[in-house]
Design a protein around this ligand. Structure first.
Ligand code: F6R
Length: 247
C-alpha cells in the first residue's frame, strides 16, 4: 500500500495552478507525452491555466496524445454537454493539439479503446477528478479494481450532479476507463476542490482500499499526487496533509 502525497493549496485557484504547472513541466520535458484527461467543473481552471501557460512559454502541444477517461452514451455528435465538446471548448480549439490524437471513448468498444492506449505506449500522466461518492472516471462505488474500459450505469448522485447540463434528461450510461486502466498510467494526479469533495477524499486516503470508494484504489499505485484546496482537505487526517508549494 502507498500513501500518496496529498498537497493542500489555500484556494481552488492555486490548487488548479499546481496541477497545471505539473502538466506543463511534464509536456516540456516530454513533448510526445501521452496524457489521460478528465472533464468536469474541477478541471476547467486547470485547462485554462495549461492553455495560458503553454502560450506564455511558446510550448507546442502538437506532439501530445490524449485519452479522455469517459464519455456519456447516446449523445449526438456536438451535444454541448458531451465530453468531446468539453475538450474542444476547453483545450483542443485553444491550442495546437492535433484533434486526431485526442481520443474520447465513444464509437469504439472498451477493448478497442484499451488497444489504442496500448498502441500509443500507455498513459504517462493521468489527470483525475473525484466524484462526491468517490468515483474516478465513471467508476462508481462497487466497481472492481480489475475493471477495464466498459459501459457503466451512472449512480444517482452522479446523475444529480450532472443534471443541470442536460435540461433534466441526463444519459444514464457512460463509457469509462476502468480502475485497472487508470492504475496502468505511469503517474496519476488527482485534483479535488470544494467542500463537497471533503468526505470522499478523506475516506479514499484515510482508510483501507475498498470498492465502496473507487478512489481508494489509488493507494495501490506507486506514483500518485493528490492536490486539493483547503475546503476539500477539511476532513483529511492532518498527518496526511502537506502544504503545496504554489507556483
Ligand atoms: C470526468 C470524470 C469524473 C469527474 C468527477 C468530478 O471526466 O471522470 O470522475 O472528475 O465527476 O466532477 P466535477 O469536477 O464536475 O465535480
Amino acid at each position: 500500500m502507498n500513501q500518496p502525497a496529498i498537497l493542500v493549496a489555500p484556494t481552488a485557484d492555486t490548487a488548479e495552478a499546481v496541477v497545471a504547472e505539473h502538466c506543463i513541466a511534464a509536456i516540456a520535458a516530454h513533448p510526445r507525452i501521452v496524457l489521460g484527461l478528465a472533464t468536469g467543473r474541477t478541471m476547467v481552471g486547470v485547462y485554462d491555466k495549461i492553455v495560458a501557460g503553454c502560450a506564455r512559454a511558446s510550448l507546442s502541444l502538437a506532439g501530445v496524445t490524449t485519452f479522455n477517461l469517459d464519455e456519456y452514451c447516446g449523445l449526438p455528435e456536438g451535444h454541448p454537454a458531451s465530453f468531446r465538446a468539453y475538450m474542444r471548448r476547453h483545450l483542443i480549439d485553444r491550442t495546437d493539439i492535433d484533434p486526431a490524437r485526442s481520443h474520447v471513448p465513444i464509437g469504439i468498444d472498451g477493448a478497442g479503446y484499451e488497444r489504442l492506449i496500448a498502441m500509443a505506449g500507455g498513459i504517462d500522466l493521468q489527470l483525475l477528478g473525484i466524484g462526491r461518492n468517490g468515483h474516478i472516471g465513471f467508476n462508481e462505488p462497487g466497481s472492481a479494481i480489475t475493471s477495464r474500459t466498459r459501459i457503466v450505469t451512472l449512480a444517482p448522485t452522479t446523475l444529480e450532479d450532472n443534471r443541470d447540463a442536460f435540461d433534466g434528461c441526463a444519459p444514464r450510461e457512460a463509457m469509462t476507463m476502468g480502475i485497472a486502466t487508470i492504475l496502468g498510467a505511469r503517474e496519476i494526479v488527482l485534483l479535488a476542490t470544494g467542500p463537497a469533495k471533503a468526505e470522499a477524499l478523506a475516506d479514499a486516503f484515510g482508510g483501507p482500499v475498498r470498492a465502496g470508494n473507487p478512489a481508494s484504489a489509488l493507494q495501490r499505485h506507486p506514483r500518485v499526487t493528490v492536490v486539493c484546496d483547503a475546503d476539500a482537505a477539511a476532513r483529511l487526517d492532518p498527518a496526511l496533509r502537506q502544504i503545496a508549494a504554489t507556483p
